[in-house]
Design a binder for this molecule. Structure first.
Ligand code: SF4
Ligand code: SF4
Ligand code: SF4
Length: 424
């Protein structure tokens, strides 16, 4: 005898039923959304496989600024090896204009000095950092950690830099060779000095985050690195996967069998947090993650304890955008420069996409441009073909079109939206 199971409504379906209005539209209050774990009002939109809840268009909160594309290193894993454009450094005038424009965008709270280059190598780095702090904004700097000598440490503390993100991709040189060229011993010494001086001066900041690009070569060292937190004075480790910009590096990735499935965990309030991107469970990554888990580490995935979600672009849904050294504005870091990367051993040309230039148009005006709003709308609803899971045709070779649309750019194979790559 065949018995058909009667499925009970999902939390989302129950919330939607509760939010149906007399005109047939669905509007949900935060109280109704409590059932599905959301903190803000969401939109309900029809999708190919039924209704879906979509995050609202949020105001801009964080801006990634590329001060320079210059760097004292030449890492094998650097995007600068795969782009076709000439780089440069942001002028002080452009930077000052950008900061001034933010007075009309009060939702922006944080400036992250990063991009594809070493921000501390900009000839006016400290003056520009000072402008950010004078404007009452929170400042973050992403660095390779090599220029944090004694004087630099004192100036960063003086300027009350809020957060310093230091790239460390391994403790032993055998692990980092062919990836990130910075010697760990020197970076570690600089971090120790910063920690000592911060304590001696009674300074609360900068908080230090380690950014770790995980590969087959170095993932075994992650637990050892986490164990150095107190000695080196860092608060957390942000782990991201490698974006391979060369075919050789494509063999080093830890997401060959990428799947959105992952397990939710109840976090421990007592242990340090390690934020991981999805990785193949049946690989060397699995053993390292199990060691962290076994030690009671608070494990997160892409900033949340929620698992099993589809693509979500954190740039768009969390109000982030990027400004290139020449003032060009992109919705994200991925679209800042034209470059090639490899996914499932195949090259993909990612063309840059700019929505304006702060030297010509103010950032609030750029933010409200119809084309930019329409793009954010597409990304929030993620109206792109699922190339990340498919890879079945030649359209995926660029980000120009896919099998469901031609509106450039197409984000269906974006490693950031898949959660595989994350940034501070
Ligand atoms: S330190 Fe960063 S910007 Fe410099 S070469 Fe290495 S990856 Fe590129
Ligand atoms: S989905 Fe990817 S390419 Fe598209 S805006 Fe977000 S980060 Fe950029
Ligand atoms: S565009 Fe090609 S690779 Fe992308 S989902 Fe469609 S068929 Fe698959």
């Amino acid at each position: 005898m065949h018995m058909e199971a009667v499925a009970s409504p999902s939390p989302i379906e129950s919330a939607c039923r509760a939010g149906v209005q007399a005109d047939g539209a669905v509007r949900l209050t935060p109280a109704q959304l409590g059932d599905v774990g959301a903190a803000a009002a969401l939109e309900v939109v029809p999708m190919p496989r039924g209704l879906a809840l979509v995050l609202p268009d949020v105001s801009p909160r964080k801006i990634y600024v590329e001060l320079t594309t210059a760097c004292d290193l030449d890492c094998t894993m650097c995007l600068r090896r795969s782009w076709g454009s000439a780089g440069g450094s942001m002028s002080a005038d452009t930077f000052a204009a950008l900061v001034a424009q933010l007075s009309d965008l009060p939702s922006v709270r944080t400036i992250n000095l990063s991009g594809y280059g070493e921000p501390t190598s900009h000839s006016q780095f400290y003056e520009l950092l000072c402008l950010v702090k004078q404007a009452g904004l929170s400042a973050e700097v992403v660095t390779n950690g090599l220029r944090l000598g004694g004087e630099a440490v004192e100036r960063l503390i003086d300027l009350e830099l809020d957060r310093l993100v230091v790239s460390v991709d391994g403790i032993h040189s055998s692990a980092t060779q062919r990836l990130h060229a910075g010697p760990f011993a020197q970076v570690a010494e600089n971090l120790r000095r910063l920690n000592r001086r911060r304590l001696a001066r009674g300074a609360a900041c900068p908080q230090v985050t380690i950014e770790f690009v995980a590969t087959k070569r170095n993932i075994q060292e992650l637990p050892e690195l986490a164990g150095l937190a107190r000695v080196l004075g860092f608060a957390d480790i942000l782990v991201t996967n490698l974006i391979p910009y060369t075919p050789e590096l494509a063999e080093e990735i830890l997401y060959e069998r990428y799947s959105t499935a992952s397990r939710p965990r109840r976090p421990s309030p007592w242990n340090p947090c390690v934020d991981l991107p999805p990785m193949d469970a049946r690989s060397v990554a699995g053993a390292a993650v199990e060691r962290l888990r076994g030690a009671g580490t608070h494990l997160r995935t892409n900033g949340a304890d929620v698992a099993g979600a589809g693509p979500r672009c954190r740039f768009i849904t969390e109000g982030r955008l990027a400004v290139r050294w020449d003032g060009q504005v992109s919705p994200c870091l991925q679209l800042l420069h034209t470059h090639t990367y490899y996914y499932r051993d195949k090259p993909k040309l990612s063309r840059s996409y700019h929505v304006g230039n702060v030297n010509e148009t103010s950032l609030p005006e750029i933010w409200n441009r119809p084309a930019y709003r329409a793009f954010r709308d597409r990304v929030r609803k993620f109206e792109f073909s699922p190339c990340i899971d498919c890879g079945g045709c030649d359209l995926r070779e660029t980000n120009e079109e896919d099998c469901t649309g031609k509106a450039f750019p197409r984000c269906g194979e974006c490693l950031w939206a898949a959660g595989l790559v994350q940034c501070p």
